[in-house]
Design a protein around this ligand. Sequence first.
Ligand code: FES
Length: 159
Amino acid sequence: MPETDVDRRHLLRIAGGAAAGATLGAAVGEPAGASSRVPVVALDDLRPLEPVQFDHPEGAPAVLIDLGRPVEGGVGPNRSILAVSTLCQHMGCPVNFDPASLEFVCHCHGSRYALERGGMAVEGAATRGLPRIALVIEKGQIFATGVAEGVVYGFACHS
Ligand code: FES
């Protein structure tokens, strides 16, 4: 076998491994960029119990909600606004907000998270609460600035 064929196969294996590594890195998640600051919604556009979806860190779904009454860790004029990652802490399935119970529900294995308790896991397979996203309000605009508490499923760390 000519040496060039072996070299080509070797290079293809290396390229395949690199591509797989890049894919795995994306699936596992990369650390969020330093000092990320994501505009989420204007304070005036927010309505009680109407979730606003955004990504934080990039590629990780999160939801901001105004509960309409004070909540632990809440921000805003009534300390009623908070945001959490919506990737289940058990195995990373998306969770959905149930306005009737004020809980996030995972339909993969039944975990439930109480929004009024800051996203604490209250039922099911998950043992950790939903990570809380840090929020700041400037000039009537709400920004996500990082992960205040917890680790977003599949993301190694946050800034
Ligand atoms: S992934 Fe949500 S309960 Fe298992």
